[in-house]
Design a protein around this ligand. Structure first.
Ligand code: NAP
Length: 252
């Protein structure tokens, strides 16, 4: 059990990629706090599923965009499970629209959730990780940061900023034994990508050299590696996991 006695927080752990990460960490012995916003039933269900497999998890409701609430959540986790060793900032959302139609609220909401949520949890946890001289922070970015699509100025900006934030924070925390990395998924089969996948049919797969969408577990495995002792000399990196999509090869 690689993560025996470790405590992990996974934001957006109720569904999709976050669920696979939370399950993966728990199956390797970590005590996992699953942060969700609205999906109480799914989060409680995952806690029960983890318990049925001999693991430990709790579910906490919070909007990652609310700074004060994230501080409370971290305190609650520390009290219930212990000091946090692994933080996975996975909670994210899209609200796509062409720029001229984009409302300021759609801009702020996406930036505040994706980038703000990442800032909030890092800010609540970084100091205690520095004091312990160990810790792993993994931020979930997206290939959309660099390989942009129309209608995603808000989303692409949030993910591009997460990449820069990851590198900057990595430099600040490196000498204290804390690594900070990001994982940038391509098209992964979750609720978030369902609308685009349903609309485009198999067309998108033509642009993916591996000719298939990724599964949440494809991302979780890389997150688990970055959280493990084997990745102790890796920091400030953005690891792309996209079946080759971002290589931009002509469809074959
Ligand atoms: P998803 O299936 O839509 O799940 C999103 C998760 O984030 C849910 O657990 C949701 O909680 C949580 N969440 C959203 N807003 C929140 C908030 N304000 N506070 C707390 N939790 C919040 O999405 P996913 O596909 O698994 O995406 C996970 C991450 O991967 C995101 O950062 C996304 O940008 C990134 N990503 C996904 C893809 C893809 O193709 N799927 C590609 C690249 C990057 P509730 O259910 O409780 O609301």
């Amino acid at each position: 059990m690689i993560f025996k006695d470790k405590v992990a927080i996974v934001t957006g752990g109720s569904r999709g990629i976050g669920k696979a990460i939370a399950m993966g960490l728990a199956l390797q012995g970590a005590k996992v706090a699953i942060i969700y916003k609205g999906s109480k039933e799914a989060a409680d269900g995952l806690v029960a599923e983890i318990a049925s497999k001999g693991g430990t998890a709790i579910a906490i409701q919070a909007d990652v965009a609310e700074y004060a609430r994230t501080k409370e959540v971290v305190e609650e986790v520390e009290k219930t499970l212990g000091g946090v060793d692994i933080l996975v900032n996975n909670a994210g959302m899209i609200h796509d629209d062409l720029f001229v139609r984009l409302e300021p609220e759609q801009w702020s909401k996406v930036i505040q959730t994706n980038l703000g949520g990442t800032f909030n949890f890092c800010h609540a946890i970084a100091f205690s990780m520095m004091r312990k001289r160990s810790g792993r922070i993994i931020n979930i970015s997206s290939v959309a940061a660099d390989y942009v699509n129309p209608g995603q100025t808000n989303y692409a900006s949030s993910k591009g900023a997460i990449n820069s934030f990851t590198k900057s924070l990595a430099v600040e925390l490196a000498s204290r034994g804390v690594t900070v990395n990001a994982v940038a998924p391509g098209f992964i089969e979750t609720d978030m990508s369902a609308a685009v996948r349903n609309k485009a049919g198999d067309m998108i797969k033509k642009f993916i050299p591996m000719k298939r969408y990724g599964q949440p577990e494809d991302i979780a495995k890389v997150v688990l590696f970055l959280a493990s002792p084997d990745a102790s000399y890796i920091t400030g990196q953005v690891i792309t996991v996209d079946g080759g999509l971002s290589l931009g090869a002509a469809s074959g």
